[in-house]
Design a protein around this ligand. Structure first.
Ligand SMILES: Cc1ncc(COP(=O)(O)O)c(C=O)c1O
Length: 487
């Protein structure tokens, strides 16, 4: 008789040996990451390896691991490297790797059944509320990132402020235009959320910003007043606690006042800058977060926790759960056993099946302690100031936006070429920095100027890394300008 099948190994010793080897090699890889290029182009022959037919037969694990080492590991985004400062991408930790192994071993589904993961996630949420000075009765949920956290916050805002039973009747029953407000510097995840809420992008009013890239408060107020007069229904103000382009933080206290005055929901997108709260020099910048009805932010950016994990907090637990709770024949509350849980995270977001994201957050916070994490955030802020000074000291470099927290925008400009050529030149400098594996900043357009944008949420960066960046930009800029009159 043929034995029944399982996906477990025939020889557990075999997989244990391979597992130990993998772990040793991966930790060694991370330990020596500084010696690697930050990023490198993927050769076509490597890309071709991922156009193979689906495997029908088994392949031995050692050779699969070999393929990983040859064709996958050398071509990452680069965010584990000390000179990666692109977009806002965190660096993770070695202990986070171990936490992920434990999470994968438990392989649990944190939906709503009675199990320890519920208590770990609750603990993480309690700590988070305390750290941010947020209402302790607030509800929360760990999600894949700030994009989904924004979607959840804005969903609760829409449902709560629509003034009719939108859950039952949907937006087509709305007699009024439902409107959301934020600045022109809002993250694209807000646009996506508005579309997913069925509202259409015309429902998202983008208010101009001032020279510091913060929302113009007078214009916001005037717009809301005009919309009310026109018979529209203002639903929500979205405050930026750290814009993606420049890290600008809106005046959150005044936004909270305006929201209260007009009885509008106040949501904050604090994806990374919310964690300024842990910095001794910059915590006041995010004053007012405690006044928000909902906040979206990430652990995988400026809390350095391994991908992916974000969070949404909603001050009014009832409003939050009303938006998402669902009791089916198969998910009811039972008196005892696995169905008896009083904590049901699936009632706070669209996902039923959910991974155990809380474990890596819980383990990393315990391993490092909040004091050290706060010092690292402070270190990144000081590094941004150091980089800004280095740039200001160079005649051929130019700061393009105020460095409020941890994002620096600058360009090479020797004063000899016009704006179009300047934009092209700086784009080329960025390409070469990345392609030579020196550093990975990303880009932004600041008032029509192409900017080399450095967002520092990296616990591996040291001051010398920023000196390497500045020297490389100067060198590449000079070389291109000399060789190529086109620019
Ligand atoms: C301000 C802001 N909001 C939202 C997001 C989206 O976060 P995530 O990529 O974790 O979904 C980002 C990402 O960089 C961001 O910078």
């Amino acid at each position: 008789m043929t034995p029944e099948l399982t996906l477990d190994p025939e020889d557990w010793e075999d997989i244990k040996t391979l597992g130990h080897k993998m772990l040793d090699e991966m930790l060694e890889h991370l330990k020596s990451i500084r010696k690697q290029p930050v990023w490198q182009q993927i050769p076509n022959e490597v890309k071709f390896k991922f156009k193979m037919p689906i495997p029908i037969k088994t392949q031995d694990r050692e050779s699969i691991y070999q393929e990983f080492k040859e064709n996958i590991l050398p071509y990452p985004l680069g965010n584990i490297h000390p000179r990666f400062w692109g977009w806002v991408v965190g660096s993770g930790t070695p202990f986070g790797i171990l936490a992920e192994i434990l999470t994968a071993t438990m392989n649990t589904n944190v939906a709503g059944e009675e199990q320890i993961a519920n208590y770990v996630e609750t603990q993480v949420l309690e700590w988070t509320k305390e750290l941010l000075g947020y209402e302790n009765s607030a509800s929360g949920l760990l999600v894949s990132g700030a994009s989904i956290a924004n979607l959840i916050g804005l969903t609760v805002a829409r449902n709560t402020k629509a003034n009719y039973d939108i859950i039952k009747h949907g937006i087509q029953a709305s007699k009024k235009n439902l409107l959301f407000y934020g600045s022109t510097e809002m993250h694209g995840s807000i646009d996506k959320a508005i579309q997913l809420l069925g509202l259409g992008l015309n429902s998202l009013k983008k208010i101009a910003v001032n020279k510091q890239f913060k929302i113009n408060l007078d214009m916001l107020r005037e717009t809301i007043e005009a919309d009310l007069k026109a018979g529209c229904q203002p639903i929500c103000i979205i405050g930026n606690a750290g814009t993606v382009n420049t890290g600008a933080v809106d005046d959150l206290n005044t936004l909270a006042e305006i929201a209260r005055e007009f009885d509008i929901w106040f949501h904050i997108d604090g994806a990374f800058s919310i964690w300024c709260k842990l910095s001794p020099t910059s915590k006041n910048i995010v004053d007012g977060i405690e006044k928000a009805d909902s906040i979206a932010f990430d652990f995988h950016k400026w809390m350095y926790i391994n991908y992916d994990v974000g969070c949404v907090l909603v001050k009014n637990r009832k409003f939050h759960s009303e938006a998402f709770n669902f009791i089916g024949d198969y998910t009811g509350h039972l008196k005892r056993g696995t169905g008896s849980s009083k904590i049901r995270f699936s009632d706070y977001g669209p996902q039923l099946s959910r991974g155990f994201r809380a474990l890596k957050v819980w383990m990393t916070i315990k391993e490092q302690g909040i004091k050290k994490l706060g010092k690292l955030i402070e270190q990144n802020i000081q590094q941004a100031r150091y980089l800004t000074k280095l740039i200001e000291n160079e005649k051929k470099l130019e700061i393009l936006a105020p460095t409020e927290i941890n994002i620096v925008n600058f360009r090479y400009n020797d004063g000899s070429i016009d704006i179009n050529a300047l934009n092209k030149l700086n784009e080329e400098i960025l390409f070469q920095l990345q392609e030579k594996g020196i550093a990975v900043p990303s880009n932004a357009m600041i008032n029509g100027n192409f900017s080399i944008r450095v967002a520092i949420v990296n616990h591996r960066s040291v001051k010398e890394d920023f000196e390497v960046l500045v020297n490389s930009v100067l060198e590449i800029g000079k070389k291109i300008s000399k060789n190529n009159n086109r620019f």
